[in-house]
Design a protein around this ligand. Structure first.
Ligand code: Q9C
Ligand code: ZN
Length: 557
């Protein structure tokens, strides 16, 4: 299943007709530049292209008052002077004779995207639209926004598709107060927004943008505001906000659909945001969101005023929606102190409403089983395996892990069958809760007929050339055995495909006795392919390769 890109050229028609430095940044080139870049990179061609339609009056009425819609309809016939006068009645808004048409297309594009995703025609998608929507309110335009595209799409998904839980992630650098007002007492829509706030000294200067605005009545806890009190927030701050606030709450909420108010004025170079996050960050944020709602992510453009930064960020997001691996993040991944303060203030404000945030302040209290719960030990029969993570370590009565199973023996055979069963069950879970379209490959030494792989998991049949495999295996006695050698060939082949970007992640099954040696070869092989840093995570019992020293350096490299 693919990715939709919803667009209509008519949305480039609206433009500022008089002098207004505040509004001139919301220009037609925002769309044309982003689209050109998507075409240049071959990304547009990989999407299902949908031409935006206009939202109907009834659809606009899901959020806006009939009087407001009628007022907007009337602007089509106004002259420049009258348009300027009317624009002056709102905060940071300009009207053009084409504004009504554009704004109906923008809302319609969001609706079409949601329909395509919920009909199963595509897994996810992006609507490239203007004017943006998240500041607009029931009867007011605000901050370049005319109709609230994402709020209309959310109401539509509830009414027309019967959804009960929708998550709106607003990563635009401004607070989408319009969305907040529309859903503040509604527990079926969880609204998350981070925004430049500077303790209330940044537009739109609202007290209700702070972390202690958490929704009201039945909607208590379903508004999550993360105010940034300094400019210059970057990749580490954004990722920390996702990991420590948004994702815990979102997993607990368990949405059926994720809508993204995708403003890229939170990216580096933007004159409004003054933030530092690089375009690659948006690929990572998009990937993280795809862990929710079975990957049903509908993104709708909001702000973004630095044409180059905007275009690159849009490309990064589309790449991630298409399932491409995300490029590494640059810079030291250390959040700013001010960001951590903001994150903590949200945790405190939201803790009464979310179990997943309740322990955040008490970290580090229980250690080593001395108090409270202890870590769950698991066996590691396979260095790159999944099965061990699922099966608890069998422990002797003294509490020591039981010895590793010997290949060939009857216990080994039983364990191997269990492993395949555990792998099957993991893959079942993946099917029920489809993961992001990250290309995962599974390599088995003896293909098991009972193992039905989900359609988007590749069954990797290739092996590294025999001479290469034997050369890597030579120093290791444990790899002399046939089965271990075959498994090593598969591991090397998987590594190759991961390092050249064809595959994002892989699972390989190898005999228990060869686990440490296979891991040793995998590390050396990764380094010899030019990897600069490897994170080796051993879950449970595993002998460290003999020459992997304590400071993490592998001798000889
Ligand atoms: N320098 C969107 O990004 N001007 N709207 C603020 C502060 C209004 C932004 C002035 C910015 C509106 C969708
Ligand atoms: Zn914005």
């Amino acid at each position: 299943m693919g990715t939709a890109l919803v667009y209509h050229e008519d949305m480039t028609a609206a433009r500022l007709l008089w002098d207004d430095p505040e509004c001139e940044i919301e220009c037609p080139e925002r769309l044309t530049t982003a689209l050109e870049r998507l075409q240049q990179r071959g990304l547009e061609q990989r999407c299902l292209r949908l031409a935006a339609r206009e939202a109907s009056e009834a659809e606009l009425g899901l959020v806006h008052s009939p009087e407001y819609v009628a007022l907007l309809q009337g602007t089509q016939a106004l002259g420049t002077g009258e348009l300027q006068t009317l624009s002056g009645q709102y905060d940071a808004v300009y009207f053009h004779p084409s504004t009504f048409h554009c704004a109906r297309l923008a809302a319609g594009a969001a609706l079409q995207l949601v329909d395509a995703v919920l009909a199963g025609a595509v897994r996810n998608g992006l609507a490239l639209v203007r004017p943006p929507g998240h500041h607009s309110q029931r009867a007011a335009a605000n901050g370049f926004c005319v109709f609230n595209n994402v709020a209309i799409a959310a109401k539509h998904a509830q009414r027309q598709h019967g959804l009960h839980r929708i998550l709106i992630v607003d990563w635009d650098v401004h607070h989408g107060q319009g969305i907040q007002y529309i859903f503040e007492d509604d527990p079926s829509v969880l609204y998350f927004s981070w925004h430049r706030y500077e303790h209330g000294r940044f537009w739109p200067y609202l007290r209700e943008s702070d972390a202690d605005a958490v929704g009201q009545g039945p909607g208590l806890g379903f508004t999550v505001n993360l105010p940034w009190n300094q400019v210059g927030m970057g990749n580490a701050d954004y990722v920390a906000a996702f990991l420590h606030v948004l994702l815990p709450v979102a997993f607990e909420f368990n949405p059926e659909l994720v809508l993204v108010s995708a403003g890229f004025d939170s990216a580096i170079g933007d004159p409004e945001g003054q933030m530092q996050a690089t375009p690659e960050c948006f690929a990572h944020l998009t990937q993280l969101l795809q862990m929710l709602a079975g990957g049903r992510v509908c993104a709708v453009l909001e702000g973004g005023y630095h044409l180059e930064s905007l275009s690159q960020s849009v490309c990064m997001m589309v790449q991630a929606l298409l399932g491409d691996p995300a490029p590494p993040l640059s810079g030291p991944m250390v959040p700013h102190a001010s960001a951590l303060e903001s994150i903590q203030s949200v945790q405190v404000a939201q803790a009464p409403h979310w179990m997943s945030l309740q322990q955040q302040g008490q970290r580090g209290l229980g250690r080593d089983g001395a108090s409270g719960s202890h870590a769950v030990a698991v066996t590691l029969n396979h260095p790159l395996g999944v099965a061990p993570v699922l099966s608890p370590c069998p422990r002797s009565p003294e509490g020591r892990p039981s010895p590793l199973l010997l290949p060939g023996g009857p216990e080994f055979k039983a364990a191997a069958t269990q492993d395949v069963a555990a792998l099957s069950s993991l893959l079942d879970q993946l099917r029920l809760n489809p993961t992001p379209p990250v290309r995962t490959a599974v390599a088995l030494t003896a293909p098991d007929a009972a193992l039905a792989l989900p359609s988007d998991v590749l069954c990797e049949e290739g092996s590294a050339p025999q001479e290469e495999t034997q050369a890597w295996a030579r120093p290791h006695e444990a790899l002399a055995q046939d089965r271990a050698l075959t498994a090593l060939g598969k591991v090397l082949y998987l590594l190759d495909r991961i390092l050249d970007g064809q595959v994002s992640s892989g699972i390989a099954v190898t005999p228990a006795s060869a686990a440490a040696a296979t891991l040793d070869v995998a590390i050396r092989c990764g380094l010899s392919h030019g990897a600069q840093r490897l994170l080796c995570l051993a879950v449970g019992q595993l002998d460290r390769p003999p020459d992997l020293t304590d400071d993490g350096r592998l001798e000889g490299f």
